[in-house]
Unconditional design. Sequence first.
Lengths: 279, 286
Amino acid sequence: MKSRRCGFVPHGTALLLAALALGCGPGTVTLPTPPMEAETAALVMTYQMPAGNLDTSNINQVLSDAQTRLAQLNLDWLPDLLSNALTQLRTRLDAAGLPDDPTTMPDTRKAQLTAVVTVTRICAGWSDPAGPPDQATNGSVEVTAIADTGKLNPEIWGTATSCLARFPPAGSTGTVASATSTVVNATLNGTLIFYSLGPLPSDPSDAQLLVVFSGSLGAGSQVGSASFDFEISKSVVRFRVPVASGGDAIVTVGTTLGIQGANAGFSCDLTTLTCQQTS
Amino acid sequence: MAIGLAVLVSARALADEPVSPIEPVETATAQAPPPVEAPPPKPIPEIDERTAYMVGKHTLKLGILAFEYGIMQQLSIGTDPPSWALRAVTSVLVPNVHLKLQILDRDPVAVAVLAAGYYASVSKSNFSGNVFNVPLSVFVSVKVHPRITLHAEGAYVYSQVFGTGDITQATLDGATVLRTGQVGLMVQYRLTRIFSLTATGRYQFYAADLPLSGSSTLDPYTTATLNGQFVPGVQHPWEAIGGVAILWHYVHLILGAGYGYYFLPGIDIANTKKTVVPDASIAVVL
């Protein structure tokens, strides 16, 4: 027969409390909202479907504006710097088991990571001196990415703080749009938004992203304020130029400038400054 | 017979003849035999796994799901062999121990609490650390009918990861460790003293995210921080099992099968996909 006994044992409760008291650790993270999220998504659409109308009467003005913008973009070093930063970010995401492609859908049956990943890269400086990195002197670039339940948000944002960098770095060659073989002492200071159009690059030359910049940048002593956006797709750079009649045209940088509008496309020779309609 | 005759003779004498009060009478005394005491009924064996019932004082149970020893009638200590056995098929060794304390036993209700601790040392390419898993369970067994007993369970499974390196790699062979709340119910219908039909259900009603935080240095110029949490893929796993329990004196056998997300026995971590769920337990009670 089972004994008929009644009694609450106090140390049963103590056991429970002791075990619960083990619960110490980091709190859960609330994901931040990416800056200018809607505007950036709209910008992506603009690059896919430019709305400006082009014709022979306005193409020369668009070409002129494109040349001005091309000089601001610092394509001889800026894409390299940004692509390298994203390569570092991908390294960190891969190490964490996080997705590196915003188009990849996570396996919903498995536990997924929701996380904020911040990568801070100290700039090497113009002289890249031996010894430990000097953030106070050479500045830094900080980028932030978020993953929501295993899905990488395509928008990655960051800040460049008085970043001084030499391009190409000693012992390496430029990989993206290396328009010059001369050494560039670059300065970058401002806010950056990246919109990933494909997997984050494991190699800088594979980068596919839209870049939105606002701040100051330049080479050597030629530093000025600028606000622009451009797109990198496997070493091909495209940027946006407003059309006077409304909308934007998209310019593709190559041996010639390809200018695409809503209704027509032109190929413009930078030497002769002439354009021919291609579509 | 002699006693009966004597009584009969005496009765006739009383009826036919005048009674002389002084005349001596031959008498005899009779005493009924003591009533034969019925043997005490054999105790009905109880299921002591995932119920409020105990293995018994100074009783050792050696089973495939649990080794259990009754320190007292109301207190037992044990360990789960399946977790140890993981070592045979993985690189993870999971030492574990549990204590079960019966805090109320008033027929028809019994209440017990069980606290378990599981430890795993996880070593992967870029993470080295430890995982602690602490399931806390409350069992309530209620005999609602002489043949029917309900065994209810409420469980809170607390997990914590400690380590260095890439903490997000701290998974235990694919099953991510999380904090969960679960309820279970077993309906036991006793057909004979030792044979019962069982129907068991388990449901995870709560699963908290597992917070993670870490930093790493990718190269001398680059540092990275990660703050986040694991979000369980299946928020509310469940399982439903039908089976039998055969409780001989020295051997307890439980067999069943069902469907759902298999909960690892003891450690109470659910599988991430629905499958046929086996239920098998055999134990020798000494």
